[in-house]
Design a protein around this ligand. Sequence first.
Ligand code: FMN
Length: 192
Amino acid sequence: MRALTEASAPEDAVLWTELVRAAATRGHPWRQPVLATTCATRGAQARTVVLREVDPANRTLLLYTDLRAPKVAQLDADPRAQLVCWSPALGWQLRLSCEIGCESEGLDVTSRWATLRHTRAAQDYLSPQAPGSVLPTSGDAAAAAAGEQRGAFAVLRVRVLEMDWLALDPSGHRRAVFDYRGAAPQVRWLVP
Ligand SMILES: Cc1cc2nc3c(=O)[nH]c(=O)nc-3n(C[C@H](O)[C@H](O)[C@H](O)COP(=O)(O)O)c2cc1C
């Protein structure tokens, strides 16, 4: 492993730029990554989420969720997780190894809710029943309560520890791992 050099740094920056673009662009395939967590009883658990915000300077991402969703308890027990993005257009897979904390209070939560609360998406966090609750029939879950309260809205703060980038190309695949755990970022190139 070696420290990032002038030659390798641009790839790293390009990936962060693409993540910022993805969060801001509906239809960008990286806007809907798969989030994998660990469950003590059921093993690996993976699901689609929406990438809401990206902060390259702090190497953090924000996701939204329902505080009662099983993934929150899984992350409480073990904050290590992985986000996987794939773009057919770019031919790029990005695997983000990260640690995720869940926040249900504070300015970062209330400010996001202030933007969200008048949209249709607010209903996702106002259901009286927790996500994954068993319904008596195949019908819809009980209607969400209208009002000012944030319901179970929560923000997942993702701290990226490592990015594993795989670029598929007919002229030769490329793979690099960017490691942010140390004081200075490190890069290593791998056999794809
Ligand atoms: C396109 C798509 C986007 C989704 N976005 C989110 C999201 O941003 N946050 C979230 O908690 N669940 C999201 N979901 C639902 C999750 O995939 C999952 O079904 C739900 O959160 C329950 O997951 P859990 O039981 O592992 O906590 C999304 C599902 C789809 C199909």
